[in-house]
Design a protein around this ligand. Sequence first.
Ligand code: FMN
Length: 137
Amino acid sequence: MKYVIYISTSTSLFADAELEGILTISQKNNAINKLTGMLLYSEGCFVQVLEGDALAVETIYQKIKRDSRHKNIIELAQGQLTERIFPFWSMGFKAISNGELEKFEAYANPEENSLWDKDADHPALIVLKTFALSNRL
Ligand SMILES: Cc1cc2nc3c(=O)[nH]c(=O)nc-3n(C[C@H](O)[C@H](O)[C@H](O)COP(=O)(O)O)c2cc1C
């Protein structure tokens, strides 16, 4: 099992509908490819953790890097996992204006999912938590 975590900048400020578009396709594709993870968005900045079989992670990561909806992709870490950090989320998601997004099945509100209560000793969790707290998500 492999994980990768990156940050990026959206090429324009995203409206809810555009975020929903990414979320919808991600949840569909990721379920098929047995990928799980978390995507956070705030005012033009993304941070995403992807986890799954190495080949599946590498394939979608290459595709995501070519997506013209974001730029300045900086890989923060990648490595091996013995077990998933987000076993139940094909792509957990959190944005500042999230009213409409809550209807998605895999929507994950960090506060409600006690994600941040876990011992945040994994780099992926530390980065997500720092991003969320810095942006008051
Ligand atoms: C920030 C960001 C995160 C994305 N995350 C995923 C993801 O986790 N899974 C996924 O399938 N597509 C994700 N996408 C969308 C892909 O880049 C791509 O548009 C999508 O997989 C559809 O590809 P296709 O048209 O070749 O089927 C993401 C896009 C962006 C901008």
